[in-house]
Design a protein around this ligand. Sequence first.
Ligand code: PEP
Ligand code: MN
Length: 343
Amino acid sequence: MIIILRSDVSEDQLQHVLERVESLGFRTHLSRGTYRTIIGLIGDETKISPEPLKAIPGVADVVPVLPPYKLASREAHPQPSIVNVSGVKIGGGHLAMIAGPCSVEEPERMNTIAAAIKEAGANILRGGAYKPRTSPYAFQGLGEEGLKILRDTGDRYGLPVVTEVTDPRCVDVVDQYADMIQVGARNMQNFVLLTEVGRTSKPVLLKRGMSATVQDLLMSAEYILSQGNSQVVLCERGVKGFDTVTRNLYDVASVAVVKGLSHLPIIVDPSHATGRPDLIPPCALAGVAVGADGVHIEVHDCPEKAKSDGPQALLPRQYAELAEQIRKLAAMFGKTISRAGQE
Ligand code: PEP
Ligand code: MN
């Protein structure tokens, strides 16, 4: 950690800062420049927070050298992490192909969609049983009944399943049915929920909040990792923008940023990022090109009857075409796509 002193710092103030940090167990390295004096702290930076040091008179700024997300950082783990979702690998050169409807629907429809996405090459089935809706009057999901339908459908087609948990009280029940637990954008900073999913042994799909910075996302991942669950996959799903031309602003560069900062896999969700079926295929490909470890796409065989997010659903035929293009791009980058049910 580096302490930058104010240009008008007095000698007494400087001595006080040195005494203070030395009393905290750090050795110091003083550097008096022409305009500014700085103090380098030598010791375990993780044992101290910059916040109280900034309150010492004469201190202009405190700059940590290490990122605050210790476990999620590349420093902690230089090699990319590979998350295993019931046999499907994500990260370290393995792409996730997550697809399915926004909400879990009745079994026949789930069968139709699962059969189509499996045929197209998807390796994980998605569907929400607990839906975080803006309106309390909108469809809220089928609850535990939906979890059962999703589980049965996944088992029938040999696809692991991912589904969202919106409430810490539902973590146990979701854990019983899901292969991977999703924490949605609206709950990215629900710290109680993050702690609870961190206590499970299931892989977690953590979506970026719609007004969260990359650092916020990594700090939320840190909540899960610090509970002992190392199986975290991040997801870029767009942030709030000023333009209504797309549902959100697809921050595709964040994928490359995260790759530099963290060892955790990160996938893209162009469905929620753009909200437009015409933009989903090019934006999915852009995500893979920029280094994403997978794509998460909403697919429905009859979008006009979808219980939620119908307007942004790809038809199975459109998904199959996109999946074919993703395979070509993946091959170009030397990435593999695990087939569900095969190690
Ligand atoms: C979803 O996956 O259906 C969903 C609600 O996504 P997000 O949390 O990214 O809005
Ligand atoms: Mn959705």
